[in-house]
Ligand binder design. Structure first.
Ligand code: NAI
Ligand code: MG
Length: 363
């Protein structure tokens, strides 16, 4: 088999973190016959410098043709003043839109070795493993009308519109139920049906989708504000959480802080399966940004990027055992007391980006 990957390292620490994934790909090809072929492209500020656009049409074509895209990070002070349409983030937004990536997966995993770095008591988060499935292409971030109206007499009105159609809710619910089956078989759906019509519909459609095709999975519903409270009070009660774009944005950031450092958090964004091949378009990226404050120093934590590649193995290529091995290797290295600066703790040994990557590869 050949498996095609497009690597888009981007700006700042993106290329430094991606270099560690490249080592793992080379190992898997040489030692395990994984058959990955990789191509490279530019995204973000570096693409703007080269082409005057946050991603070139040629690289967009490569992204559309690849089995999966690995994305580093974009942005930095150098590009703070570039025009809005070509700002670094525009490259990521274009990829999400053209690849139709409607499902954003954000795991919140607390490695035992890092439980004491959480904002919560270690016993509340040790062994935590939840997956937030956020709808990414609909809802209030995209609904029309979306504008600021001048009302005269010095008053203006800002308008955003929350819109969800049945098919959008069905397909995101389907992703959540399918993922739950590969985990602990439980889904909690979060909305605000008490004050939002779109929340009433969300609740109905998730319930019907469950009844129709996924009744083997345990389904619960929670109001999103109460869900936020429960995430902080007792996060281990959750397995998969499915929610809309806005609530998912906030709840996944809350969940992120349960687990310690930004340098640890992976994510995946998935599209619909191709009707012919059954393959989904997908993009994998760390949650963190380009970290200009530490870029170029070789000290960034590559784990978020490496764990994003583990998600790629799992979800794009069904290489479940390899994904498990890679995640296990991360846990072992942390257990052995090796740390990058952002997760450094007393009694541990501090290493740079490359040494962390090598330790994980060796494990
Ligand atoms: P950031 O995530 O880049 O950094 C926040 C803090 O966390 C910094 O102190 C940084 O040093 C630290 N940090 C982040 N990742 C780390 C890692 N792997 N290892 C060690 N420390 C790490 O967020 P910030 O500072 O708000 O944004 C910096 C730039 O990144 C901006 O231009 C922003 O627009 C962009 N950004 C890009 C994103 C993307 O590419 N998806 C997401 C978030 C921000
Ligand atoms: Mg956010």
């Amino acid at each position: 088999t050949t498996r095609t990957l497009l690597l888009l390292p981007g700006d700042g620490i993106g290329p430094e973190a991606m270099a560690e994934v490249r080592k793992i790909i080379a190992y898997m090809n040489a030692e395990r016959g994984a058959g990955f072929t990789t191509d490279e492209g530019l995204v973000g500020g570096c693409a703007y410098d080269a082409h005057g656009a946050a991603i070139s049409e040629g690289d967009m074509e490569k992204a559309l043709a690849a089995d999966a895209v690995l994305f580093g990070a974009v942005g930095g002070p150098k590009w703070d003043a570039v025009p809005y349409e070509v700002r670094p983030e525009a490259g990521l937004l274009r990829l999400r839109k053209d690849l139709k990536l409607f499902a954003n997966l954000r795991p919140a995993i607390c490695y035992p070795a890092l439980a004491s770095a959480s904002s919560l008591k270690p016993e509340l988060v040790e062994g935590l493993d939840i997956l937030i499935v956020r709808e990414l292409t609909g809802g209030v971030y995209f609904g029309e009308p979306k504008e600021i109206i001048d009302l005269g007499n010095g008053q203006k009105r800002g308008i955003d519109t929350q819109v969800y159609d049945t098919y959008e809710i069905e397909r995101i619910a389907g992703v959540a139920f399918e993922l739950a089956r590969t985990r602990r078989n439980r889904v909690c759906s979060m909305e605000k049906r008490n004050v939002m019509k779109s929340g009433v519909l969300w609740n109905q459609v998730v319930t019907e989708t469950h009844k129709r095709s996924y009744s083997d999975v345990q389904l619960d519903h929670m109001l999103a504000d109460a869900g936020g409270m429960q995430l902080v009070r007792a996060p281990k009660q959750f397995d998969v959480i499915v929610t809309d774009n806005l609530f998912g944005d906030m709840l996944s950031d809350v969940a992120a802080m349960l687990t310690g450092s930004l340098g640890m958090l992976p994510s995946a964004s998935l599209g619909a399966p191709d009707p012919k091949t059954g393959k989904r378009k997908a993009l994998y990226e760390p949650v963190h940004g380009s970290a200009p404050d530490i870029a170029g120093k070789g000290i960034a934590n590559p784990i978020a990027m490496i764990a994003s590649f583990a998600m790629c193995l799992r979800y794009s290529f069904n290489l479940v055992e390899d994904a498990d091995r890679l995640e296990q290797a991360i846990a072992e290295v942390l257990d052995s007391g090796i740390r990058t600066g952002d997760i450094m703790a007393e009694g541990c040994r501090q290493v740079g980006t490359a040494e962390m990557g090598d330790a994980i590869l060796t494990a």
